[in-house]
Design a protein around this ligand. Structure first.
Ligand code: URA
Length: 240
């Protein structure tokens, strides 16, 4: 069965009722590729500490994150939310930060947004176990407020090391916070869609789509998310 034949069922999995034939216009513009420029290392995370994280294996990294006190979020968290999935996944999905459900369970995207994310994966013919899922922050920001710059900078070496260890073929940035912090650009998500970015000069393509929590609030945008997933798939196929 071809992907095209399977689309209606997959669209339903994402809660999209309408069958739309129009093919997504792929904007694979090399000229728009952005290699993120890196901000200097914050005092909260010294160069030496970052260098140490950059050498860690999975076990050490996991243990280091679990006991991290680099920013004040350690005072309010129940536990850290490291990430979940296949350690050699082609797909890395990056969200914003754990919510209250994730803080309790210690796993990313387990609440309502997580259920939609699972459906989005299913729509692509993937299961949660096939991909790796992580967040910009490993700790829950109280009241689900936006991550603060110092928290992002403190946490960044951990995600960067996860990316180095996984070596995904593609990174899907879920929402504004993930997109802005992975790519160091400040544009509305709507303007970042359909463009192939690149992570930190690692040569790993990054595609931006809406955050599942946003899609729950704005279900009419699900079709655009579906188009983004198709675009991401085409980018992955072009590098695979
Ligand atoms: N939203 C996110 O960005 N990440 C999670 O893990 C859960 C909700």
């Amino acid at each position: 069965m071809t992907t095209r034949q399977r689309q209606p069922q997959f669209l339903r999995a994402m809660g999209i009722d309408v069958w739309v034939r129009r093919k997504h216009r792929v904007r694979d513009k090399a000229s728009e590729t952005s290699v993120a420029s890196r901000a200097s290392v914050a005092p909260e995370f010294s160069a030496a500490a970052s260098a140490a994280v950059a050498q860690m294996d999975w076990e050490t990294l996991r243990a280091t994150v679990a006991t991290c006190v680099r920013c004040s979020l350690h005072k309010t968290r129940t536990q850290t939310v490291f990430g979940v999935g296949a350690l050699t996944a082609d797909w890395l999905l990056v969200g914003e930060a754990p919510g209250v459900d994730e803080d309790r369970k210690g796993e990313p995207f387990v609440g309502r947004a997580g259920q939609l994310l699972n459906n989005m994966l299913f729509a692509m013919g993937l299961k949660r176990e096939d991909v790796y899922i992580a967040n910009i922050l490993k700790c829950w920001p109280p009241k689900n407020r936006d991550p603060r710059p110092e928290e992002v900078i403190s946490c960044e070496p951990y995600l960067k090391r996860q990316i180095q260890l996984i070596q995904p073929k593609i990174i899907l940035a879920l929402g504004r916070v993930a997109a802005h912090n992975l790519l160091k650009v400040d544009m509305p998500v709507g303007r970042m869609r359909g463009i192939r970015y690149e992570y930190l000069g690692f040569g790993i393509p990054v595609v931006v789509t809406y955050h599942p929590a946003y899609l729950l609030r704005s279900p009419r945008e699900k079709l655009k998310a579906w188009q983004d997933l198709q675009f991401a798939k085409s980018v992955l196929e072009s590098v695979a």
